[in-house]
Design a binder for this molecule. Structure first.
Ligand code: FMN
Length: 290
């Protein structure tokens, strides 16, 4: 899925419009809408080629009111549907691919005027997994709540957003670099690629940590993860920060494709002097000059 024509609005606009929705109206969605979203995730051609399975959980059907454990950060009000990815434990890049594919569905949902919220923190993975028929060789990294937004946001919704500083993003200078880690990228110099980078900057990320760091060297954008080790240790059941990188790759690729910018993903780790110890190389997007 190089050209994401399915979304109704330009990707950059959807990226700008999307915010995490934690108050839904609880009403049913048409089955074909849910099927469409699942198909979008399954057809997203995630860059590392692992093959997650996707499914939708209908909270009402499974009559599991307590699907969430108590104390989940940002409990979601009125959510009835959860789009889920199941990944295989033996696929090393399962996290990024699940992030990429589910985010394609998030953008699609935004295009349909639906609200979404990624949930990767505390939720009852066992129960969700059972409903999805999870196999012993699979894991459930995260789910996305999807539905129509409630007319009024709950107090809890506003509180979670405030505490996660959900509206805030790091400045360009902290995220994107050119020539090396000691010189920040200047958007004006990046031309149209600046728009694709801005779509990364506006992406959702677990606890809004925005762990994406991208350095441009010549015609290549090297994506790195600025790992928060303490955070990862706190969340041992899924590598949420790699999921964040998959989401960022989705925003970058889709928005670039829409602008007619050509390129492809490669695994070509650069040797960059002064790479901080907690940075992990993820992937490189190489520009193809047309
Ligand atoms: C991988 C991932 C996991 C997340 N887990 C949760 C979660 O468990 N509960 C929650 O309320 N929000 C969760 N979020 C949403 C983030 O808190 C949110 O994206 C971030 O604060 C930025 O706000 P925004 O999405 O409104 O732009 C998650 C986001 C991502 C990408």
């Amino acid at each position: 899925m190089n050209r994401p024509d399915i979304y109704g609005s330009p990707v950059a606009e959807l990226v700008r419009r999307r915010v995490s929705c934690r108050s839904f109206d609880g009403r049913a969605l048409e089955p074909q809408v849910l099927e469409e979203l699942e198909r979008t995730a399954a057809g997203a051609a995630a860059p590392f080629g692992s093959r997650p399975r996707f499914g939708v959980i209908d909270n009402e059907k499974v009559r599991a009111e307590n699907l969430f454990s108590a104390g989940s950060y940002g409990m979601i009000k009125g959510a009835r549907y959860y789009l889920a990815a199941l990944v295989r434990r033996d696929e090393p890049r399962r996290w990024e691919d699940a992030g990429f594919a589910l985010e394609a569905a998030v953008l699609h949902a935004s295009g349909l005027g639906l609200g979404t919220c990624w949930i990767g923190g505390v939720f009852d993975r066992r129960r969700f997994g059972r409903v999805l028929g999870i196999r012993a060789d699979e894991q459930l990294p995260a789910v996305v709540a999807v539905g129509r937004p409630a007319e009024k946001r709950s107090l809890r919704d506003r509180l979670v957003r405030w505490s996660a500083k959900g509206d805030r993003r790091k400045p360009v200078a902290d995220l994107f670099f050119a020539g090396g880690w000691d010189s920040s990228l200047v958007m004006e110099d990046a031309g149209e690629w600046g728009q694709a980078l801005e779509c990364v900057r506006l992406a959702p990320s677990a606890s809004n940590k925005q762990p994406w760091r991208i350095v441009r060297l010549g015609n290549a954008f090297h994506f790195h993860l600025a790992r928060d080790k303490a955070y990862s240790a706190m969340m041992p059941l899924a590598d949420l920060q790699r999921i964040d990188l998959g989401i960022a790759m989705c925003h970058f690729q889709f928005s670039a494709a829409e602008l007619g910018l050509q390129g492809k993903w490669q695994d070509s780790m650069p040797q960059i002097e002064g790479t901080p110890g907690h940075f992990e190389y993820i992937a490189t997007y190489v520009i193809r000059n047309s």
